[in-house]
Design a protein around this ligand. Sequence first.
Ligand SMILES: *[C@@H]1O[C@H](CO)[C@@H](O)[C@H](O)[C@H]1NC(C)=O
Ligand SMILES: *[C@@H]1O[C@H](CO)[C@@H](O)[C@H](O)[C@H]1NC(C)=O
Ligand SMILES: *[C@@H]1O[C@H](CO)[C@@H](O)[C@H](O)[C@H]1NC(C)=O
Ligand SMILES: *[C@@H]1O[C@H](CO)[C@@H](O)[C@H](O)[C@H]1NC(C)=O
Length: 544
Amino acid sequence: MRSLVSVCLTLFARHAALAASLAAPAPPKVTLDAGTFLGTVDGLAHRFTGIPFAQPPIGDLRLRLPVAPPPYTGTHNATAFGLACTQLPSGPDFPASIASNVTAFFDGMAPPQSGEDCLTINVWTPAGVAPGAKLPVVVWIYGGGFTMGSTGAFNGSAVVSRSVEMGTPVVYVSMNYRLSVFGFLASKEVMDARVGNLGLQDQRLALHWVQKYVHAFAGDPTKVTIWGESAGAVSVAMHLVANRGAAQGLFRGAFMNSGSPLSTGDLTHAQQFYDSVVADTGCAGARDTLQCLREAPFEVLQSAAMALPGLFTPQSLNIPFNPRADGVFITDNPQTLVARGEIADVPFVNGDCDDEGTLFTIQLLNITTEAELRTYLATIYLPGATPAELDDVLRLYPQDPAQGSPFGTGAANALSPQFKRLAAIQGDLIFQAERRFLLAQRAGKQRVFSYLNKRLKATPGLGSAHATDLLNVYGPGDMTDYLVNFVNNLDPNGPGLLHWPAFTEAERQLLTFQDGDVPLAISLDDFRAEGMALFTRLLQATPF
Ligand SMILES: *[C@@H]1O[C@H](CO)[C@@H](O)[C@H](O)[C@H]1NC(C)=O
Ligand SMILES: *[C@@H]1O[C@H](CO)[C@@H](O)[C@H](O)[C@H]1NC(C)=O
Ligand SMILES: *[C@@H]1O[C@H](CO)[C@@H](O)[C@H](O)[C@H]1NC(C)=O
Ligand SMILES: *[C@@H]1O[C@H](CO)[C@@H](O)[C@H](O)[C@H]1NC(C)=O
């Protein structure tokens, strides 16, 4: 696998030319300011891709807050995706025993063409609707560990065309945002200069763009749902707590697949990575290291970034580029903000896959003994834990493969003696515990829904792995229908679907996507409670 976003994406859009060749008549067009943008027909939608929503973040705008572009003029083809933002590709190397099988799901796409000048936005709007239709809008934020991903991998027409078939059409928007050192550089210097979390600021500027322009695509700016997966879901969560929870009219609902507010410290928690980039770019002696990085040749900065630990290295999900408290936009540890109620008061969905940790444990198969596992956890994830607390972790997540992840697969999938155990730990530590914390804090105070994806359980080694649920939205599948309903009504329920009850602390009901004859069921969010409570406590005491 090249990148997290490439998961399952053989199904998704790759070449604009494919659809363009089908569109013989005059292309769809839209007017923004004094500019005209020509799109293409794509399924039951009109697609407009590659529209710049910010001034190019290059030159002196590198490592600065994104700046809105001047009013549009002229005529433009909006038929190709813009460049992806600079990527740090590093896929896991699947062991031979599962490679032939999982390759079908997790491989097959070269990293996208990328570069620094990447801030473009795309819109799919139902074909043939009246300009003033005022349709609800869903804005997609891709994942990829804040180091990878791009909009070009996701076919918005899968969602829009399905919404048209359902009779409840929506407009779909996706934006690129800066990644790794370009979007999430963090340090004291970055904090002092107030240029933290630039990737989130890019997303925020794109949300302002939606307010200004989505009416031209028949969208209603008062009916925006923000939606994301993995780092995209964490991003959505950050917008919920940004500005102490003031949504500023930018969205009215949120949908988060496999990502919740993490317990992270402020920007200085990533100082060592900043210092390493400064050293590797020859900026160590500079009076203003940040300015020196702005002036560094692109290739030099990029290769310094490549030297930092990626998702599929031992550092795994404790990634250098997590969003962190910047004192301005994200004012504190996101979980602290949630606990204080400084979170946007909008209905939201937050769910996970059953086996979130497996994909990120493939690269850790050389951890084969309990002693190695213990050292690994104490080093990478739980430096603040006492020996007794580490004992508790190991007791609550035993080596017995029947209790590891992929869950419910007995003795199978034990790729190494600690694989299923560490996969269970990583899944709960980074995904499930955070989801449960968010729900515990907010259920009953705002309308929330939660799900568990147990589909594709038979995937060798990985089970219902991180990102496999994307197949069920961009497929499209039944999750698409729940999403479209939510975007329309702030309630995922609708005709032909199993009723999905709102989550309450008393009932703890999860919509569960399963394999087999009963594809949807309601299950209880009560599993591994002691382990997750311990992780939440440890991570809050010692944030990333
Ligand atoms: C995107 O999805 C639409 C609707 O399902 C489909 O018609 C179109 O072929 C897809 N585009 C690509 C490039 O796969
Ligand atoms: C848009 O693309 C078409 C077909 O490739 C080309 O003929 C036309 O000149 C382009 N228009 C602009 C404004 O670039
Ligand atoms: C992968 O394994 C699953 C479960 O054994 C099987 O159903 C599926 O057909 C396999 N896929 C490929 C591409 O080999
Ligand atoms: C596993 O390999 C990584 C390098 O990929 C190394 O850093 C780590 O120390 C190894 N762990 C063990 C337990 O051998």
